[in-house]
Ligand binder design. Structure first.
Ligand code: CS2
Length: 488
């Protein structure tokens, strides 16, 4: 029987950092304590603490479920990070998380930590749907459940924006310095988006707070990247085999990571660049590149791959027809991007293909297929205005859009029954997919998923419609066999 991963249970010294990170104080509260945070920011922070001691440990907060705290707290918040490549797996025990809390169980402790002057940064990875922000209106969406709740109960928030404003208000009332709000969600202009949400919420609840936020709180934008599948029993078994210790919080990820951060912090920051992060003035070009190249291609291959019966991305990459479609997608996306400092797009694209091929990573197509209504506008539709509007250049985007719509149909004509995991599933399932290209585009316009300009692009919708009819009437595998013959 193995020991539980605990500092008191003789974790071999070689697994711990040189400076055992427990010696350091807390400087960061992180909202959204999921696998991605553990594989990315927490792991990078651990590396920095090894190189440069400082009070930058993290209190991790889950906003909904207490699973993360139940797994982490009994093992002193230590966990194994498995970094996997075709040439093998590295394992490392990460010690940068000081505490794991859950908003429903530990509200007072979370608020006290956020308000403590020692907390210099509140970072966030909660995915877009948790913010309740309406990008088109540039305001909080008052029909979003946690925004509606928090506007009515600003002292007992249950959502991320309400919680940030409540903590900032207490700091302001006590004359404490502000913390920096560091959004690490995969969204364009993510710092600005959170700023707008916080300012709008504050304006509706405590207008006197707005000018203090405006002059004291920094909202740097970031681009984050590390492919991190949902951990499962085999992740935990592999961690135990590697360390000899039982670990209910192990995570697995790829070796590669990117973290580009706008260097704008109100009260200091760890030197994350010591562990490979890049501080820069302009994150947005990086974010656009990543969203369109990596995530856009990921979504396309996930919908198509899932309906061809491929469980993992690595399986998709064994089908030469799909590899051609992946290459075609990237080739066209590249023409929509402005040059990005330090990046050779051809190398970036080739590296992405290798990352997707990584046979050591079991990344489910079904996982990537979720939340399409939030992902497609950012990953696919946003690139279209930067194409030259020819049939060929529109084709990869039309093909991806058709594959997503086919997925929303829940049709089982070529696959087993599956769930549509999307916050707007109820609306998507009602879409009329076979009437006409015009009806297709007008329904998506009504749902606010496409802009008026894109909805009018007949050349685009004709192609979406044609491909979609094929996808609804024949097998996905037959459709891709034809699609690779399409000349662009
Ligand atoms: C993926 C991303 O699930 C998805 O939609 O495209 O989570 C992707 O793995 C990450 O953005 C990689 O950094």
């Amino acid at each position: 029987m193995s020991l539980r991963l605990l500092k008191s249970a003789n974790v071999p010294r070689e697994y711990l950092s040189k400076y055992y990170t427990e010696d350091f104080g807390v400087g960061i509260v992180h909202l959204g304590l999921g696998s991605f945070h553990k594989a990315h920011q927490a792991a990078i922070t651990h590396e920095v603490l090894k190189k440069k001691p400082g009070d930058w440990r993290i209190v991790g907060v889950s906003l909904r479920s207490s699973n993360a705290s139940k797994d982490l707290m009994p093992q002193d918040c230590l966990y194994t990070l498995l970094s996997k490549s075709v040439s093998g797996t590295n394992h490392q025990i990460i010690g940068s998380i000081a505490k794991a809390l859950c908003l429903f169980d530990d509200f007072n402790e979370i608020l006290t930590t956020m308000v403590s002057p020692g907390t210099k940064i509140v970072s966030i990875t909660v995915t877009e749907k948790a913010y309740g922000f309406d990008r088109d209106k540039g305001r909080c969406d008052t029909s979003h459940s946690s925004i509606a709740h928090d506007l009515a109960n600003p002292d007992n928030p249950i959502g991320v924006i309400g919680l940030l404003v409540k903590a900032l208000k207490i700091r302001w009332e006590n004359n404490y310095p502000a913390f920096t709000i560091l959004c690490c969600d995969n969204l364009p202009d993510n710092g600005k988006m959170v700023r707008n949400a916080v300012m709008d919420f504050a304006n509706r609840t405590t207008p006197e707070l707005c000018s203090w936020i405006s002059s004291n709180v920094a909202f740097p934008s970031t681009m984050v990247d590390r492919i991190t599948p949902v951990p499962n029993a085999s992740t935990r078994e592999e961690a135990t085999t590697a360390t000899g210790l039982i670990d209910n919080a192990a995570v697995e990820t790829e070796v590669f990571f990117h973290w580009i951060i706008e260097d704008n912090f109100s009260s200091g920051r760890p030197d994350w660049d010591l562990a490979g992060a890049i501080f820069t003035k302009d994150v947005n070009k990086f974010e656009k590149m990543k969203l369109r190249m990596l995530n856009g291609t990921h979504s396309m291959l996930a919908y198509v791959g899932f309906h061809c019966g491929y469980k993992y991305v690595r399986d998709v990459m064994t089908d030469s027809r799909l590899v051609k479609l992946v290459e075609r997608h990237m080739q066209v996306v590249l023409t929509t991007l402005e040059p990005v400092e330090g990046i050779d797009f051809k190398v970036y694209a080739a590296d992405l293909i290798e990352r997707f091929r990584n046979t050591a990573i079991a990344h489910e197509t079904f996982q990537i297929a979720m939340d399409g209504s939030e992902k497609l506008p950012l990953r696919i539709f946003s690139a279209i205005p930067n194409t030259n509007y020819t049939k060929s250049f529109l084709r990869p985007f039309a093909f991806s859009t058709a594959a997503w719509l086919r997925h929303t149909s829940k049709s089982t004509h070529d696959c087993e029954a599956y769930n549509l995991r999307d916050p707007r599933a109820d609306e998507l399932i009602k879409l009329e997919l076979s009437e006409s290209p015009e009806i297709l585009s007008s329904q998506l316009l009504k749902l606010n998923l496409v802009t008026g300009e894109l909805a009018k692009n007949r050349l685009f919708w004709l192609q979406v419609y044609d491909v979609l009819q094929d996808m609804m009437n024949s097998s996905m595998s037959d459709v891709i066999s034809n699609e690779v013959l399409f000349e662009i």
